[in-house]
Every structure is written in structure tokens, then in C-alpha cells.
Ligand binder design. Structure first.
Ligand SMILES: Cc1cc2nc3c(=O)[nH]c(=O)nc-3n(C[C@H](O)[C@H](O)[C@H](O)COP(=O)(O)O)c2cc1C
Length: 165
């Protein structure tokens, strides 16, 4: 099957670690995402520390899967570098690349939203002591999936229009 169609959200992981080589591949792919005016305003915080995972879970209700994951990547954007208000798009492209690269290396992953949720955003900024210009965008939790069921086919022909609405 085409690897690009295999991505799905995975929230249950085995105890297996994410290899450093794979992590670097995943982050290299993240950095190959497009950014408006090529500002590359993203940065990535790799979080393996279990105490930190617990702290994140305590402020992000929808990220409880982090408690059983080997690693998470916090995607942040630098507001002082980004161009024309495109920070969220730039960070979203990098986040999606992380998910696809993790899938390509046979890891499960899930995008946990932070940006545009003010409460979460403030709590994560505080937890990581982020400078004012560094905005937390997403948390990607990664690990080897417990269950290797295939991704659903989401093709819907009615979502596609040709030439006119
Ligand atoms: C912006 C955004 C925020 C999301 N936030 C969360 C989250 O906080 N926790 C979570 O478990 N999944 C989160 N997801 C994953 C979605 O729930 C998931 O992509 C959706 O249900 C479709 O399932 P799939 O990824 O398996 O195709 C988020 C996805 C996006 C794009």
C-alpha cells in the first residue's frame, strides 16, 4: 500500500523506543516542509522525560496517550521570524510531515492540538518556559503502534469539484 495512505492517529504504543536515527529522519522531514517566504520559523522540542510527559498530560486533557509513549515532539513557531501571519500554516505543514515521516518509519503517531486553544497554549508555554515570541503549535506523540490495523480509506468523490463549485 502507498505509505502516504497509511497514516492514521495512533494512541496506544508498545514499550519500544524511537531510535535516534529514526527521530532525526522524522525531524529532517519536518524541516523539509514548506514555509511562507522560506522563513522556517519552526523549532522542535523532543521530550522523552517521563516526568515532563506527566506534566504535559496534566495540562492537556486530550494528550493522555503521552503517558504511555516513548517520545513526543513539541512543534513551536517563532513569531518574530514568521511572515505575514503564516506561523500556523508553517507549523501545520511541519507537523503533518512529522506524522508522515513517522508512518514511513513504521511508527504510530498523533497530532495533539495546542495552537488556538488559549488555555493549553498558555499552560504549555509556562511549562516549557517559552520566550514570548515562541508559540507552541502542536504536540506529536510517537511510538510503535500496539495495533497495526490499516488506515481507513477516506476517499469521497463528492469532496472534489472540477473547475466550478
Ligand atoms: C489540529 C488538530 C488537533 C488535534 N488534536 C488532537 C488531540 O488533542 N488529541 C488527539 O487524540 N487527537 C487529536 N487530533 C487527531 C484527530 O482526532 C484525528 O486526526 C482525526 O480524528 C482523524 O483520525 P485519523 O488521524 O486517524 O485519520 C488532532 C488533529 C488535528 C489536525
Amino acid at each position: 500500500m502507498d505509505i502516504l495512505l497509511e497514516r492514521k492517529s495512533v494512541r496506544k504504543y508498545t514499550n519500544e523506543d524511537v531510535k535516534q536515527e529514526d527521530l532525526e529522519y522524522i525531524l529532517r522531514v519536518a524541516m523539509s516542509a514548506p514555509t511562507a517566504r522560506n522563513t522556517r520559523c519552526y523549532s522542535f522540542i523532543v521530550i522523552k522525560d517521563k516526568q515532563m510527559h506527566k506534566k504535559i498530560a496534566s495540562v492537556h486533557q486530550a494528550a493522555q496517550m503521552i503517558l504511555n509513549a516513548p517520545v513526543a515532539v513539541l512543534v513551536v513557531g517563532d513569531q518574530s521570524l514568521s511572515y505575514g501571519g503564516y506561523l500556523p500554516q508553517d507549523c501545520a505543514a511541519a507537523t503533518q510531515n512529522i506524522l508522515l515521516a513517522a508512518t514511513a518509519r513504521r511508527y504510530g503517531s498523533v497530532w495533539c492540538g495546542i495552537y488556538s486553544n488559549e488555555e493549553r497554549s498558555n499552560a504549555i508555554s509556562k511549562l516549557f518556559n517559552l520566550p514570548e515570541n515562541i508559540k507552541p503549535f502542536s504536540l506529536v506523540v510517537i511510538g510503535r503502534a500496539q495495533d497495526n490495523s490499516p488506515a481507513k480509506d477516506r476517499w469521497q468523490s463528492e469532496k472534489v469539484k472540477y473547475e466550478v463549485w
